[in-house]
Ligand binder design. Structure first.
Ligand code: HEM
Length: 391
């Protein structure tokens, strides 16, 4: 009623905002967990059309679907990059040589933090949001300590500005390049870790999962990687040039991201009243777009449920704003090349040295990142790469 009175002169999209605060959050989270989110969006589109209003993660939201909507969401200057209210409340690899022990100390807390990013932002004991807040507090405490130690070490000349993320950011501040405080730098570190933590590992997990059932594709990847290895000396590390030659392997990774996007959707907030296709979107409302809607659309991908990396042989045949694993526009993922390199290097060593079988055929859920229901138990066998002249 309040919304109806407040926006009486607006042409709001169809749909309902549901119960205050909760809205459709539980229903969407349930669909994500059951991996039926694609159907959930289709049901909404059928009922309300490609633009509809709802309320998720604590904010009134307009769901936009289709390539034109994706373009609008990613490129409109009146929409700012937002995370859900939960993530904003939670967040206000960078550790040089100590990476191992610090990563271990943080791993469990980051898992709790990522899980809490899509939750109802009400701090009630034992809820995901509450656990995420506690995890975030521990992460912040640990990172702040590290940042302060690095600051002191830098001042005493015990480390260099290129040692890690913190020393680099602190050195830039001393040069007057930015005015961020140590707390701001810690916040940025948390954001980078949240964005980069599970995404690449999800891609590698689902690559392994898909390849276990696709012996021909695995064979083609192995051939590409063996060819690269053949031209190298014993124990010679991979180079940028080698990675740029892993074209087929990357097509398989893109097909994995098309069928199982690591990030399920993108949120923006309208900084003023805006209009889309005749509908008004009030200032302060969220815009939400979901990658899977175009990734599985038969208008853009033939037999979209089929795992077929060959569809990326001719990438110009994919219409713009239909395939968006790394987002689009000015806020496209800045870690995409880093993720690509990490994934390709991991695949180089995995496919040449191992073969694997899935121990179970369970499905997967999104919580919010996709994860096989029972993890990914596999039978791993070592494989002898062909004996090259030098090995
Ligand atoms: C397969 C791996 C990855 C995928 C699929 C992925 C996907 C995405 C997507 C879709 C967005 C845009 C979200 C939006 O527009 O709402 C994004 C943003 C971002 N990603 Fe990634 N990402 C990956 C890896 C990484 C890594 C490794 C890092 C850093 C180490 C990273 C850092 C970021 C950051 C900082 C943003 C926010 C950019 C901004 O605020 O403008 N990502 N990522």
């Amino acid at each position: 009623l309040v919304t109806r009175c407040k926006y009486a002169s607006y042409n709001l999209p169809s749909g309902s905002l549901g119960f205050p605060l909760i809205g459709q959050t539980i229903s969407l989270l349930r669909a994500l967990r059951k991996n039926t989110d694609y159907q959930w969006y289709q049901d909404r589109i059928k009922k309300y059309g490609p633009v509809s209003k709802m309320s998720v993660f604590g904010s009134p939201t307009v769901l936009l679907t289709g390539p034109a909507a994706n373009r609008f969401a990613f490129c409109n200057p009146d929409l700012i990059f937002t995370q859900t209210k939960a993530l904003n409340a939670l967040v206000g690899v960078f550790f040089g040589e100590e990476a191992g022990p610090i990563r271990e100390a943080l791993a469990t807390d980051f898992e709790a933090l990522v899980k809490a990013t899509l939750s109802i932002p009400v701090n009630i004991p034992f809820t995901k949001f509450n656990k995420g807040l506690s995890a975030c507090w521990r992460i912040r405490k640990l990172l702040s300590r590290i940042a302060r130690e690095r600051e002191a070490a830098l001042q005493q000349g015990r480390c260099s500005s290129t040692d890690d993320f913190f020393t680099y950011m602190i050195a830039l501040r001393s040069e007057g390049t930015h005015l961020l405080t140590v707390e701001d730098i810690v916040d940025n570190a948390i954001l980078l870790l949240t964005a980069g933590y599970e995404t690449t590992s999800v891609l590698i997990i689902f690559l392994l999962r898909c390849l276990a059932n696709e012996s021909d594709i695995l064979g083609n990847i192995t051939e590409e990687q063996e060819e690269i290895a053949r031209n190298k000396g014993p124990n010679e590390p991979l180079t940028w040039d080698d990675v740029s030659r892993m074209k087929y392997t990357w097509k398989v990774a893109m097909e994995t991201l098309r069928t199982v996007p690591a990030i399920f959707g993108s949120f923006r907030t309208a900084i003023k009243d805006i209009e889309y296709q005749g509908y008004h979107i009030p200032k302060g409302w969220q815009i939400f777009t979901d990658q899977i809607v175009t990734h599985l659309d038969t208008n853009f991908f033939d037999e979209p449920r089929k795992f077929d990396p060959a569809r990326f042989h001719n990438q110009s045949s994919i219409p713009p704003y239909c395939f968006l694993p790394f987002g689009g526009g000015p806020r496209m993922c800045p870690g995409n090349e880093f993720a690509k390199t990490g994934t390709l290097v991991a695949m180089h060593y995995l496919v040449r040295q191992f073969r694997w079988k899935l121990c179970c055929k369970e499905g997967y859920r999104k919580d919010p990142t996709p994860m096989p229901l029972l993890g990914l138990p596999i039978d791993l066998e070592t494989r002898s790469p062909p004996g090259y002249a030098h090995s």
